[in-house]
Write a protein that binds this ligand. Sequence first.
Ligand SMILES: C[S@@+](CC[C@H](N)C(=O)[O-])C[C@H]1O[C@@H](n2cnc3c(N)ncnc32)[C@H](O)[C@@H]1O
Length: 285
Amino acid sequence: MIIIGVFMAKHKMATDIFRQVKDFIYEKCGISFTENKIYLLEDRLSKRLDELNMSSYEEYLYYLKYDPNRRNELKSLYNSITTNETSFYRDMVQLTAFRTGVLPMVLKSKNPRDKTLRVWSAGCSTGEEPYTLAMMFLDENLPMKGWRIEIIASDISDRVLQSARKGVYGDYAIRNTNPVALKRFFTKQNDGYHVNPEVKRMVRFMSINLFDTYETRNASKIDIIFCRNVIIYFDDDSKRKVMGHFYDALTKDGVLVLGFSETLINLTRAFKAKGINRCIVYEKV
Ligand SMILES: C[S@@+](CC[C@H](N)C(=O)[O-])C[C@H]1O[C@@H](n2cnc3c(N)ncnc32)[C@H](O)[C@@H]1O
């Protein structure tokens, strides 16, 4: 006998309320829940209703819009609705392209007097991506002698940023990490793998909503942006808006790296696709 388990959220959302909630979310952060994702929103917000002792999404929407505590609630909303899947050394083919193609190209194009390289992990989740980049920079094979490296890592969710700053990880997060890197950059303790201080020192975490023009100005003069597996949750209009922010944040010869399943083809002329070692990256035009 096959038993299929279907999770049923405790609080059901009527279609008209779903539309209002999804429009509210879209307007605030660009994340787009299509009409068939009602169950997903129910699943993610039902618990929040219980925590707030509320019995309906109408009440919750009103709270989000008008309550004096609405700014804090917006943060809780982001914590509830975002998908934060990530791992160390994720999509190694892209990281190899970064090491062997993107980085040399960017270093070569920089003004020889400017020895600072700024990298932005935009939508960094619990920190595995920016820490991986820091580990790659600490790797002796990279031609970074004499360079000052700044890694900015940002996310819209305070919950993941808090965990990123701690830098303690379980087996799942390090599943793609090779034993040499594991030994060099982590210290195993009872509660998990602690990222070593030399790595942590290289990364500065900040809260940035990529959909917010004002907040994204906190990242500027960036040479390389990693924004992987983030814009899959956006529709074309919000992707364009975020790309506009990236355009402004990047230096003249800056490069943008998106996730494998993400593309800017037919979306904007502000970036030119370039193939590097089986990967597509985007140069500012
Ligand atoms: C699937 S994770 C990707 C993590 C990492 N970049 C990777 O590829 O492994 C997507 C992250 O994007 C963040 N995110 C989604 N919308 C955002 C927005 N408007 N501004 C900033 N971060 C956002 C989510 O909170 C989530 O942590």
